[in-house]
Design a protein around this ligand. Structure first.
Ligand code: PNS
Length: 168
C-alpha cells in the first residue's frame, strides 16, 4: 500500500462544556486511523444549552488535557461546521454515539452536513462502555450538586469546574 499523500485529518466538533473522559476517548480512538484530530468548539450549538465555560475557557481546557499529543489541535469556530471543514480542507467529521437516544439528532446532523457539502462524511464511534452514559451536562449537574466527578473528567477539568461553581 502506498503512503498517503496528505495526512488524514478529522474534525471532532462539539460544545465541550467541558471536555469529558468520553470526549477524550473518542479523540484517542480517532487517532488509531487518522493522523490528527481538530477538536472544534462551536460558538453555535444546534441544541440550546446553558453553558458553564466560555468558548475560550473550553479551548484552554482541551489544550491542557491533550498537552502531551501534538496530533491534537483545539480550535473554536463560528458559523456552519461544513464551512469550517471546507476552509481546513477536511472531509471527515467524527462524532461519538453513546446510545440509541443520540441517534436521531446525530443522523439528522450527518445528513444535513452532507447535503450542505457533498463529500463530507460523518463517522460515528462508540465510546468505551464506561463512558456510554456520560455527558458534559450531567457532569456539570453532578458537580453542582456536590457529587464526585473525578472518574468523568481530567483532574484539570475537575479543578476548573469546582472553581467555577464556587464563583457562582
Ligand atoms: O456537543 P454538541 O453540542 O452536541 O455539538 C453539536 C455541534 C456543535 C456539533 C453542532 O451544533 C454544530 O455542528 N454546530 C455548528 C453549526 C452548524 O453547522 N449547524 C448545522 C448542523 S447540521
Amino acid at each position: 500500500m502506498s503512503p498517503r499523500a496528505r495526512p488524514q485529518l478529522a474534525i471532532y466538533p462539539g460544545s465541550f462544556d467541558p471536555i469529558t473522559r468520553g470526549h477524550e476517548d473518542i479523540v484517542r480512538r480517532t487517532l488509531r486511523f487518522c493522523d490528527g484530530v481538530v477538536v472544534a468548539v462551536s460558538h453555535h450549538a444546534t441544541q440550546l444549552k446553558h453553558g458553564l465555560f466560555s468558548v475560550g475557557e473550553r479551548l484552554e481546557l482541551i489544550q491542557q488535557v491533550f498537552d502531551d499529543d501534538e496530533r491534537i489541535e483545539a480550535v473554536a469556530f463560528s458559523g456552519l461546521l461544513v464551512d469550517f471543514a471546507r476552509k481546513r480542507e477536511i472531509n471527515l467529521i467524527v462524532r461519538g454515539l453513546r446510545a440509541v437516544s443520540d441517534f436521531e439528532y446525530e443522523f439528522q446532523m450527518a445528513l444535513m452536513n452532507r447535503d450542505l457539502q457533498p463529500g463530507i462524511e460523518t463517522l460515528f464511534l462508540a465510546p468505551d462502555a464506561r463512558y456510554s452514559f456520560l455527558s458534559a451536562s450531567l457532569v456539570r449537574e453532578v458537580a453542582a450538586l456536590g457529587g464526585d466527578i473525578s472518574a468523568f473528567v481530567a483532574p484539570v477539568v475537575q479543578k476548573q469546574i469546582l472553581q467555577k461553581l464556587g464563583e457562582q
